[in-house]
Design a protein around this ligand. Structure first.
Ligand code: FMN
Length: 367
């Protein structure tokens, strides 16, 4: 997989999830394997230029956290350009621009020539960044404002002309939020709109099969996974295996999930300190637990965790409590096994498959 001059080991990407895709999580995903490029949470360009500690914490990295893209947001061309230079100097191999749905204003007042003005303004901002840095500049967007205003193909084409090296597109409109179905045909239109640059599809990929289907149905060059990676950090490794061999590898067993969860906590403590790291882990551990089978006992306790030692005590108690749901081989009894999640675009009509992938809290408006 190539993004401008950058060669990646796979066409699978970790999508930015503000509040979640921090250094510890990226390291976890990389250690599990299969991911080609990780992106940071979105970072305010101005905050970087003002050298705010919070912004620098968001781009904190280390050699094992490579290759890394930093996602910037901002609308002042000079600030975005200067922030891109900071990001480049910091060691990022790419800089991504958060476009959310950049044509909001335009669509609201009816498009037409105003839309071209807005596109021109966006293209000028991008050109300034592309000219300033040597690393590739990429952009992430939604399909458009609503189903009547699917502006992503036009925007993608304009951005390619301005020098963007790849486009990430979440196959939903802004109006959809995180509801409804990811529109694969909409992603395909973006793929068809650009001339040479890769388009990376995104949205609701929760299984290796869903990633494969998105690639096949849209012609996109790669797939970016957000919530699905939080739900299952093994998704990249298993997807890569499926794409390379055609075979679906088994799901990780419980002890492996626990091992990785503990590693994640260790890294949180290393990067954020014990108190904050544990506090932040209160919202992370329940994501691992979604795959443990019955887990309310664990979740009830872990949302109060305040120390590393206490976490391990909670975990040991839970492992003992969980034994009542196991058979003689230590496997979850069938009636306690959960049906796997199914991506919205793979859902059978009228099926009762589990399709809901949780949306963690945050300012959905800007994504
Ligand atoms: C909690 C949360 C935080 C997000 N933060 C960002 C962000 O910082 N930048 C961005 O471009 N998209 C952000 N997104 C959107 C995701 O990158 C992704 O496009 C979206 O979740 C769909 O992909 P998924 O179904 O694989 O999660 C966020 C989504 C969620 C749920």
């Amino acid at each position: 997989m190539q993004i401008g001059p950058l060669t990646l080991s796979s066409n699978l990407f970790l999508s930015p999830l503000a509040g979640y895709t921090n250094l510890p999580f990226r390291l976890v995903v990389r250690e599990v394997g299969g991911v080609g490029l990780c992106t940071t949470d979105l970072v305010n360009a101005r905050s970087l230029l003002e050298k705010r500690e919070k912004a620098f914490k968001l781009i904190e990295t280390r050699p094992a956290d490579s290759p890394l893209a930093v996602q910037l947001f901002g609308s002042v061309a000079e600030e975005m350009r200067d922030a891109a230079l900071v990001v480049e100097a910091h060691g990022a191999v790419a800089v991504d621009i958060n476009m959310g749905c950049p044509v909001k204003k335009v669509v609201k007042i009816g498009g037409g020539s105003a839309m071209m003005t807005e596109l021109d303004k966006t293209a000028a901002l991008v050109r300034g960044m592309v000219k300033a840095v040597k690393i590739p500049v990429t952009a992430k967007m939604r399909l458009g404002w609503d189903d009547d205003n699917l502006t992503a193909p036009d925007l993608a084409r304009a951005l390619e002309d301005a020098g963007v090296a790849a486009i990430f597109v979440h196959g939903r409109t802004r109006e959809q939020g995180f509801g409804g179905t990811v529109n694969l045909a909409g992603i395909r239109k973006v793929v068809q709109a650009v001339k040479n640059i890769p388009v990376i599809g995104n949205g609701d990929v929760v299984t290796p099969q869903a990633a494969k289907m998105m690639l096949a149905e849209t012609g996109c060059a790669g797939v970016s996974v957000g919530r699905g990676a939080f739900y299952d950090p093994w998704i990249f490794k298993r997807t890569l295996h499926l794409l390379q061999t055609g075979e679906l590898s088994p799901e990780p067993i419980f002890s492996e999930r626990v091992r990785v969860m503990c590693r994640h906590l260790d890294l949180m403590v290393e990067v954020f300190g014990e108190e904050l790291g544990c506090r932040m882990f209160r919202k992370i551990a329940p994501w691992y637990a979604k795959r443990f089978g019955p887990c309310h006992e664990f979740n009830k306790q872990v949302v109060q965790v305040h120390s590393h030692a206490q976490f391990h005590e909670i975990l040991e108690n839970y492992i003992r409590w969980r034994q009542q749901f196991l058979d003689d081989h230590g496997e979850l009894l069938p009636r306690f096994q959960q049906a796997p999640l199914v991506a919205s675009f793979m859902r059978e009509p009228d099926s009762i498959q589990r399709t809901h992938i949780p949306v963690p809290k945050g300012p959905v408006e800007v994504w």
